[in-house]
Design a protein around this ligand. Structure first.
Ligand code: ZN
Length: 251
């Protein structure tokens, strides 16, 4: 009983924070995050009232349109809110109430914010990474698993792998991806950062290949890699050890 109530709370917490992460991801790159301007419709510039800003629900009630000018509201808002809610719920169910849950929620939060920024602006802002760096360093010192030397090596190897991709692919990934992967390595450790790299590049290659074939993107179009790094990192964070054991067993 308590568990289902807590599950529900974590889901709602994720939806509410997801709404905040939309704002962070959209405003930090344009340096408008600390301007206390209320949220407004980008089409008709009307300031939105509180009942137009309820995560997910407002979008459904208003059928995805602005109440004033009927311009469509970006689907990214409710999708990011739902995704954050589901991932927070998953973290709680998977980990339970223990200190590691905080690390997992921070990890998900970082990945959601950079996904918003990268999809919207093709940018992974340094300022976002710099906010999360000291928080993750606390876990490097505090959490014994993975051990601190594995985490530091994971950070270096993660950034190094992306540097190699940048040098050899001439424009596939950018410096933001490299810094992000270094930061993720601090959380994942050496073994799991390799697994995250494997899944990020495979998923990225498959999806960008499909988008190329159906003509959504052109061969020369820049392509945000952040969301795929996020997917690879989550697979590795939650299932990396299982995958590693399975691989060692068949090898
Ligand atoms: Zn409007």
């Amino acid at each position: 009983m308590t568990q289902s109530i807590l599950s529900f709370y974590f889901f709602i917490l994720g939806i509410v924070l997801g709404s905040f992460y939309n704002v962070v991801g959209l405003r930090v790159p344009t340096k408008t995050f600390f301007q206390s301007q209320r949220s407004y419709c980008p089409s008709c510039s009307v300031s939105l009232r509180w009942f137009e800003l309820i995560p997910v629900l407002s979008y459904i009630v208003q059928s995805g349109k602005c109440r004033h000018c009927t311009a469509p509201i970006s689907k990214m808002y409710p999708l990011i809110e739902m995704l954050t809610g589901l991932l927070f719920l998953f973290c709680y169910v998977h980990i339970g109430i223990q200190p590691l849950l905080l690390e997992a929620l921070l990890f998900v939060s970082l990945l959601i914010i950079i996904t918003v920024s990268d999809l919207k602006y093709m940018l992974i802002p340094n300022r976002i990474l710099l906010v999360f760096l000291p928080l993750f360093l606390l876990f490097v010192m505090w959490q014994p698993n993975p051990p601190w030397f594995s985490r530091l090596l994971g950070g270096g190897v993660g950034a190094g792998l992306i540097l190699l991709v940048i040098l050899f692919s001439k424009g596939g990934m950018g410096a933001g991806d490299m810094k992000l992967f270094g930061l993720l390595g601090l959380v994942l450790g050496l073994q799991n950062v390799l697994i995250a790299f494997f899944f990020s590049t495979i998923i990225g290659a498959i999806i960008s290949g499909l988008l190329l074939i159906i003509g959504v993107i052109g061969r020369k179009d820049p392509f945000p890699f952040g969301p795929f790094i996020g997917m690879g990192a989550l697979i590795s964070y939650f299932y990396g050890n299982d995958i590693w054991n399975w691989y060692m067993h068949i090898g």
